[in-house]
Design a protein around this ligand. Structure first.
Ligand SMILES: *Cc1c(COP(=O)(O)O)cnc(C)c1O
Length: 420
């Protein structure tokens, strides 16, 4: 079945009430048939609901549907995208280990890896996503995962998946793609050998800026890469916190299971059933929305490219972009999502343009039905010096757009007026 059908039906089996809409199971806990049933559930002899910190029937539909859309075997929802990224790293790395990530990642991922994980004794090594050959020199026997974004933000680069995955596989190290901006509709990471994906579902998935959420998805047969691999001893030795369970011996998807049993149990960043329900509503229209976001963004990028006040446009869907061959190779129907950035002469001009738009709102978010304009140098990257801004690929004159679902001509008119 195709994405448009799966987005509406996958993962939902009607209960006794036969409701067409997925019900919101707003419950903290679940009754066991008897104490023996409870013991079986805790011992994983039978699978079933225990407590909403670990699982919930509404969240379960969202997880199943998302895993199917992404082409994976299992998924686990979290309270936010940052929780999903933290759990993914914490699932493989501990004090003394290192992780390898792209320099061009979401700001929260940069601070998590550069500061918080450092306090926990996990070192981060950075590579330029435009130059995957830098990765090999960073790998040693303590390297646990290579993490990068399929479309980066705000520099709007597309990763060369084949190049990164082949280096990772040579060293039997896991790869994780943050697929938030591309979504499962534009790009299927598992078809290119990626092992695990993470998303902030707060963005395009919910689609209307309604709810925070995150999700982790694992590919089929991930056990083959982890079983007896000395990098991943937690999966191959008894988990003393779970009656000596050895994850790589189970007939179940192991990566997301370990997040559920160990990390959600102990750290607790579980999604609320209501937010999972909002995400299910978002998924139903995700294929339609991604087409519209991508079409409008391409029209706007084409317009900006010709405008005399615009020095440079970063949008990988533009045929003139150096990134376009990667979009053509990896992305479906050449859709390149709704994010673009462009550069004008200086910071003052950028601020003036952002302030002069009517439909675009000055907000630091992406993936909303409502169009957003962001000036990174005065917001997300405010603390950086002029030199640091250049190095981070965020010059003072850079403006980022998250193109929403309003009429494309209205958006073009608004930008034309603001640019003057
Ligand atoms: C927003 C975002 C995150 C963080 O997600 P939250 O849901 O805000 O915690 C992570 N990665 C990317 C690419 C994002 O855009």
């Amino acid at each position: 079945m195709q994405a448009k059908t799966l987005a509406i039906h996958a993962g939902y089996e009607k209960d006794a009430q036969n409701t067409m809409a997925v019900p919101i199971y707003q419950s903290t806990a679940y009754e066991f048939r008897d104490t023996a049933h409870a013991a079986d559930l805790f011992a994983l002899k039978e699978l079933g609901n225990i407590y909403t910190r670990l699982m919930n029937p509404t969240t379960d539909v969202f997880e199943k549907r998302f895993a199917i859309l992404e082409g994976g075997v299992a998924a686990i929802g979290t309270a936010s995208g940052m929780a999903a990224i933290f759990y993914t790293i914490a699932n493989v790395a501990e004090a003394g280990d290192n992780i390898i990530i792209a320099k061009q990642v979401y700001g929260g991922t940069t601070t998590l890896t550069g500061h918080t994980l450092k306090r926990f004794g996990i070192e981060t090594r950075y590579f330029d996503v435009r130059n995957p050959s830098e990765i090999e020199a960073l790998i040693d026997d303590k390297s646990k995962i290579i993490l990068f974004e399929s479309i980066t933000n705000p520099s709007i680069d597309v990763a060369d998946f084949d190049a990164i995955v082949s280096i990772a596989n040579k060293h039997h190290i896991l790869t994780c793609v943050d697929n938030t901006v591309a979504t499962p509709i534009l790009f299927s990471p598992f078809e290119y050998g990626v092992d695990v994906t993470v998303h902030s579902t707060s963005k395009y998935t919910t689609g209307q800026g309604l709810a925070l959420g995150g999700i982790i998805v694992e590919r089929e047969n991930l056990v083959d890469k982890i079983k007896d691999n000395p990098r991943y001893k937690h999966f191959n030795t008894p988990d003393e916190s779970y009656h000596g369970l050895v994850y790589s011996d189970l007939p179940l998807p192991l990566f997301t299971l370990r997040v559920r049993l160990a990390l959600l149990r102990d750290l607790g960043g579980a999604p609320s059933p209501f937010n999972s329900w909002l995400h299910i509503q978002g998924l139903e229209t995700l294929p339609l929305r991604m087409r519209q976001h991508s079409d409008s963004a391409l029209s706007i990028a084409t317009f900006l490219e010709k405008h005399p006040k615009v020095k440079k446009v970063n949008y990988p869907g533009l045929h003139t972009s150096a990134q376009y061959p990667l979009v053509k190779k990896y992305f479906k129907n050449e859709m390149a999502s709704g994010l673009l950035s462009f550069e004008v002469e200086n910071k003052e001009m950028a601020q003036k343009i952002a302030d002069a738009t009517d439909i675009f709102s000055v907000v630091v978010n992406i993936g909303d039905s409502k169009s957003i304009i962001t000036h990174p140098a005065s917001t997300t990257h405010q603390q950086l010096s002029a030199k640091e801004l250049e190095e981070a690929g965020v010059p003072g004159g850079l403006i980022r757009l998250s193109v929403g679902l309003e009429d494309t001509q209205d958006l073009l008119d608004d930008l034309a007026k603001a640019l003057g």
